[in-house]
Design a protein. Structure first.
Length: 307
């Protein structure tokens, strides 16, 4: 039986991926320090080990695959601890690459569209080198992920980890998100469910492209089974402004009004993946549009309120 380690497997994407790996017949170990877990926690059926990737405990048995997702992931989380965020990306990734080397394991790194910063190229192709303002507050996350990608390729080039995969994940939403994680879909849905005004930063013209979590996990699964070592964008190219998103959510849940706040520093103006590489090399593309994906997402957030 294939044994996989999912770091960050108590979080939103990690627990959804861990469930999928269990369904695929894998034995799954989750390593997570519970700094920003999903309200659902790690899925039933995994071996859960509480610990930090920066100073990981000994893990029992052999490991065939490492899915390295552990990282603060939303701006409110990483801005609370910029040094910890950089260390998680740098030292945490080094420790997980060392583990992959010791076990001869395949290593998948969960990178991000934030490596493109506030992009000057649109949509973003993997070849685009990015536009990150290194002195900005957001840089702790962007540069941690850029460094971790570079480290992953360095381990590969120095023949220490033969099998590497790098997924550049774009904005993802769905059940298992933490309601207070500060990301726009969870913010808007929970504000609307509570009858509060939706908070839009700036004039709401900035765009994002939202991918349903099951589509993302399918992409991660296909990438991890492929032989593609170059980075691959995994995201939904359905792009919309924050004002459009607010309108859609108000239509689904009820119109509670909008408040406008100043735009945070270095907030990307536009974000849309070019997924040609995923389509061509993995045969992957998202199949769940926003209207469809919002239904289980809203249902999930409602169930947390009712619980
Ligand atoms: N969800 C998205 O839209 C998105 C977009 C781009 C990239 N990503 C990446 O995907 C991964 C998962 O994101 P998510 O949305 O599930 O976030 P999340 O916050 O829900 O999950 C992250 C998990 O990692 C754990 N963690 C954080 N630092 C750790 C450490 N040092 N040691 C051990 N565990 C640690 C947290 O407790 C949490 O359970 C992250 O690497 C994130 O950067 C996510």
């Amino acid at each position: 039986m294939t044994r996989a380690l999912v770091t960050g497997g108590a979080g939103f994407v990690g627990r959804t991926l861990a469930s999928r790996l269990l369904d695929e017949g894998f034995e799954v170990i989750v390593l997570d320090n519970l700094s920003s877990p999903s309200p659902l926690g790690p899925p039933e059926g995994v071996t859960f080990i509480e610990g930090d990737v920066v100073d990981p405990p000994d893990l029992p048995g052999t490991i065939d695959r490492i899915y390295h997702l552990a990282s603060p992931a939303s701006p409110p989380r990483y801005l609370l601890d910029p040094i910890g965020t950089l260390l998680t990306g740098a030292e945490g990734t080094r420790r997980m690459l060392d583990l992959a080397e010791r076990h001869g394991a395949r290593f998948l790194f969960a990178s991000t569209s934030e490596v493109y910063g506030d992009p000057t190229e649109h949509p973003q192709r993997e070849e685009y080198t990015g536009s990150v303002q290194v002195t900005s507050t957001r840089a702790c996350y962007d540069e941690a992920k850029r460094y971790a990608e570079a480290l992953t390729y360095a381990y590969h080039r120095q023949n220490r980890v033969a099998e590497i995969r790098v997924a550049r994940i774009f904005n993802t939403y769905g059940p298992a998100m933490a309601p207070d994680d500060g990301r726009v879909v969870s913010n808007f849905v929970n504000q609307a469910l509570a009858g509060r005004h939706l908070t839009i930063y700036g004039d709401g013209s900035q765009t994002r492209s939202f991918c349903y979590v099951d589509d993302l996990v399918e992409g991660l699964w296909l990438l991890s089974n492929s032989d593609v070592t170059d980075p691959v964008n995994i995201g939904n190219p359905e792009e919309m402004s924050m004002r459009q998103l607010a309108t859609i959510i108000a239509e689904e849940i009820g119109d509670s009004g909008v408040d406008y706040f100043p735009l945070p520093e270095s907030d990307p103006a536009r974000r849309r993946p070019d997924i040609t590489r995923a389509r061509t090399l993995l045969g992957w593309e998202p199949s769940i549009g926003l209207a469809e994906g919002l239904v289980p997402t809203i249902h999930y957030f409602r169930s947390l309120i009712d619980a």
